[in-house]
Design a protein around this ligand. Structure first.
Ligand code: ATP
Length: 876
């Protein structure tokens, strides 16, 4: 088949190689608008604000305001109204921030497109694609806009999203209309399953087929996470519980002869204060803030649920190339039959030589080497962009292929010499199942096929070899010799590719003539070794899954510290021979899976899951999507990854780096810890408030806190410090404990008993403070209530520091590690001082200034328990 090209650009003369100019593209963008489907109506700020008032608790409070108004208690009514407003504003700010951050994530997750503009290939945001743009599409890409194929090899597209038909549609270059079903058209939102090609965009945004029917794919999923659901449920249980207790307090008060109106307000305020109605919101905010923090560390979370699961991760299955290693390939060794060559130079620097026994080789007298090098350059899709004056050239493409281009530079000096000599006619592209690729080219009227790929794959298709410039038939001894040379390089952690060719009119990958081997280094990422150690301490097992050779993979895993004494390294072939039962019995020992195909990844995830492991799995290729979907945490590569994998994933690594996964796991643990921290604080405080009122009513004491005071405690002391706890940075030992069990409840490991005990102590201390003051102040209720209010608030402010850690005392963790907490505590304390000491606040909140003796009682009762527990509780 010849390279298919048609003049699909007849109406518009846009060069296939140069594309639009940026200026023209800009003009078109203004004319046609962004290439996006109309976004779902965003929730407006007003709507969020109104929603704040449409809430059960607010309705109760509004009812109370009305009743206060009718009873002539204007001050009460106004104060409650102000409290409702402040509450609504706080809720609004929280929710608005969450909406905005989720929106921001949305735009970051948006796909990119490879466009040719000003003669250069550039990756741009898909929304900036305009009609007339020339795009490069390849397997795994989600097509950015409706377009026609202009040049391409074996392009197949999955159009199920438009047609419901799951069989891939093969695309050809031909003239015709771009209706669905037409064989030259590709449609926005569909995926390229195989092949490569250039397309010209003919419609964008709402003018596309997709725009006509559907709303956008690939949105960040924000549905409730299991934790949010559980807490929602808990909230409902607590509402019922609180209402019962509040009703009991109100009724006993009325029976005892308290004013009915006042007791009604007490009941309402207590219900409002005690019911943790804001709980789900704080959880969402802390998950969303966590997502933002992770983003700063280059982990883009696409599903909120992943944040929770990340903290339970027990196994991280990671690709090798580019994730554990730098993906900067440099060919260091070449082998042709009986000849070993060394290549000098490093990275993508083109200075370097090929030497044999320390002397430079002469390509004119070494035909086998020359053809081996030609094969590497021609059977190659990497391209070099010419350097700007004084600059260095930049390379676009797969680093494995770039390394052959660099080698060509070192050998031939002129980058275009070889490539221009051979005109490509057809390509059988690389894919990670076949692990090889071939091209058919023409040189001076002669057709020749070049192949390169994994040693055993290429060698098994060879029946001849080029030895000292002559084609000879090969036998098994010969094959063993090649395998031995390949293994020797692999043991040195080199990635080895074999090269072969034959003279042929079509691409049939058999009867090839073996040329040689090239061994390239791909150094491990510097920082990964520490990250692996961190995983080990955190009880997480890192597992390498790679398409590379067993020996290469093992050597790199060893360098990175992934291999232990009884660790196993197995290949895809060995895996195929294992039954599920056998695999299950050894899976926890396997640290490296080598020469695997994407389909193996799915089986590996399943096996780990059968062993109750929570698995994170990385992937980049189009075929990795099923495994990524199946994993508890599917991770796509941001740089190397295809759109399909990204959409299947729950997290995208913006820098493709293994260390980022570990950082994200750490962040996941911190967020979960923080949720437990503020739950502990919030619930203990609420229990303290309810018990204060309940115990006092049981003891037939007057009501210790007035409704307005209760509302104030709820607003000022619970809210801000609880929010601040969700911003705790994480404890030092967060990665030194075992991963938490996925099914573990949020209150596991004694959290409930801590909450109830501490809540009870807060309640008892407040009532004691109240009762003691009543006695020594000769029944001065105002003073006793002020002391009770201060004791309750101060107990909470002390307790918030205890909540900084479940395992260590605050003195070990550090009092001042969270500025937000300090600020929250200072502002709550300042508010309390204003209420106690400024006359106009005193009149609203029915308080009076306290003396030293009063403060002695307050501090003793509120601080002692915190101090004692911090000093002695944690001592082992
Ligand atoms: P990982 O899964 O760790 O990213 P990988 O990148 O080594 O592994 P693949 O890209 O699937 O995995 O490559 C598998 C094998 O295919 C390589 O070991 C190599 O022998 C061969 N190979 C890789 N890239 C090319 C290429 N561009 N052309 C020909 N063969 C290749």
């Amino acid at each position: 088949m010849r390279l298919e090209k048609v003049d699909a650009l007849e109406h518009e003369s846009i060069s296939l190689d140069k594309g639009l100019t940026s200026k023209d593209a800009h003009k078109r963008l203004e004319k046609y608008g962004y290439n996006e489907l109309e976004a779902k109506k965003k929730i407006s700020a007003i709507k969020i604000l109104i929603a704040q008032f449409n809430d059960f608790m607010t309705w109760i409070l509004l009812g109370a305001t009305l009743i206060s108004g009718f009873m002539g208690e204007k001050a009460d009514a106004v104060t409650i109204l102000i409290i409702i407003l402040i509450n609504a504003i706080l809720g609004f700010v929280q929710e608005f921030k969450t909406e905005k951050s989720l929106e921001a994530l949305q735009s970051l997750a948006s796909p990119t497109a490879n466009v040719i503009r000003d003669g250069k290939i550039q990756a741009i945001n898909a929304r900036e694609v305009v009609p007339g743009d020339i795009l490069i599409v390849e397997a795994g890409d989600r097509i950015a806009a409706d377009s026609v194929l202009i040049e391409g090899f074996g392009v197949q597209s999955d159009e199920s999203i438009l047609t419901g038909e799951s069989v891939p549609v093969e695309k050809f270059v031909h003239k015709g209309n771009s209706n669905i079903g037409n064989k030259n058209s590709l449609f926005m939102g569909c995926t390229v399953i195989s092949g490569r090609g250039k397309v010209k965009v003919i419609a964008t945004g709402m003018s596309t087929e997709m725009g006509k029917i559907a709303d956008m794919l690939g949105e960040i999923e924000t549905k409730q996470t299991p934790l949010q659901e559980k807490l929602d449920h808990l909230g409902k249980v607590l509402v019922v519980g609180c209402l019962v207790v509040c009703a009991a307090v109100t009724i006993t008060g009325i029976i005892r002869g308290e004013d009915v109106y006042r007791m009604f307000l007490v009941g309402v305020s207590l219900a409002v204060a005690a019911i943790p109605e804001g709980l789900p919101a704080i959880v969402t905010v802390s998950l969303a803030l966590g997502v933002q923090r992770m983003m700063k560390k280059k982990a883009l979370v696409r599903k909120l649920q992943a944040v929770e699961t990340l903290g339970c991760t027990k196994v991280i299955c990671s690709d090798k190339t580019g994730t554990l290693t730098q993906n900067k390939m440099t060919i260091k060794k070449i082998y042709t039959i009986d000849n070993y060559y060394e290549v000098s130079g490093s990275g993508y620097d083109i200075s370097g030589n090929i030497t044999k026994n320390d002397s430079r080789v002469n390509l004119l007298s070494d035909l086998t080497l020359k053809r081996t090098l030609e094969c590497g350059v021609v059977c190659n899709n990497a391209s070099i962009s010419e350097p700007k004056r004084g600059g260095v050239p930049s390379y676009v493409g797969d680093p494995t292929e770039i390394s052959f281009v660099i080698l060509g530079e070192k050998a031939f000096g002129n980058r275009n010499l070889v490539k221009n000599q051979f005109r490509r006619i057809k390509e059988n592209p690389f894919d990670s199942d076949r692990k090889m690729m071939s091209v058919l080219c023409e040189e001076n009227g002669n057709k020749r096929m070049f192949s390169k790929g994994a040693t055993e794959r290429v060698l098994s298709r060879c029946t001849y070899a080029l030895v000292n410039g002559e084609v000879v038939k090969i036998n098994s001894t010969f094959r063993e010799k090649v395998i031995e040379a390949s293994n020797k390089m692999a043991e040195e952690a080199l990635r080895v590719l074999a090269l072969a060719y034959k003279d042929a009119d079509s691409i049939v990958e058999d009867n090839l003539i073996f040329l040689g081997l090239a061994g390239m280094i791909d150094p491990p990422r510097e920082e990964v070794k520490d990250a692996i150690l961190e995983c080990r301490l955190a009880g997480i097992t890192p597992v390498m899954i790679t398409g590379d050779h067993k020996l290469t993979a093992q050597a790199i895993a060893d360098k990175l510290g992934m291999i232990e004494k009884d660790s196993m390294v197995i290949t895809g072939e060995e895996l195929d021979r294992m039954s599920d039962a056998k695999l299950d019995s050894v899976i926890n020992k396997i640290r490296v899976f080598a020469r695997v195909s994407p389909s193996h990844k799915y089986r590996i995830v399943k096996a780990f899951k059968r062993k109750d492991q929570v698995v994170a799995m990385t992937g980049d290729g189009v075929n990795d999507a099923p495994a990524i979907k199946e994993a508890d945490i599917g991770i796509a590569m941001g740089i190397q990854g295809t759109d399909v994998t990204k959409e299947a994933s729950s997290m995208i690594l913006l820098d493709d780096n293994f260390t980022t996964i570990v950082e994200a796991v750490k962040e996941g643990r911190v967020i979960y810890d923080n949720i437990r921290k503020f739950l502990r604080y919030l619930l203990a405080c609420n229990i303290g408030e309810v018990l204060t009122m309940f115990i006092a009513s049981l003891m037939s004491l007057p009501i210790p806190l007035l409704p307005i005071q209760i509302l104030l405690v709820n607003l000022a002391t619970d809210g801000l410090p609880a929010m601040a706890l969700s911003l705790e940075k994480g404890e030092k030992d967060v990665m030194m404990r075992k991963a938490r069990n996925k099914n573990e409840g949020i209150f596991a490991n004694g959290l409930w008993s801590k909450i109830v005990l501490r809540g009870a102590l807060i309640g008892v201390s407040t009532v004691v403070a109240f009762a003691v003051t009543l006695v020594y102040a000769d029944g001065n209720l105002k003073m006793a209530r002020t002391v009770a209010l201060c004791t309750l608030v101060m107990s909470q402010l002390f307790h918030v520091f205890e909540c900084k850690s479940e395992r260590n005392s605050v003195f070990k963790v550090g009092l001042f590690t969270n500025v937000y907490l300090i600020l929250a505590v200072i502002s709550s304390f300042a508010l309390l001082m204003l209420i106690v000491y400024t006359p106009w606040m005193q009149s609203i909140f029915h308080t009076q200034g306290l003396g030293i003796l009063n403060w002695g009682v307050v501090l003793l009762l509120s601080g002692a328990i915190s101090l004692i527990s911090s000093l002695f509780w944690y001592k082992k």
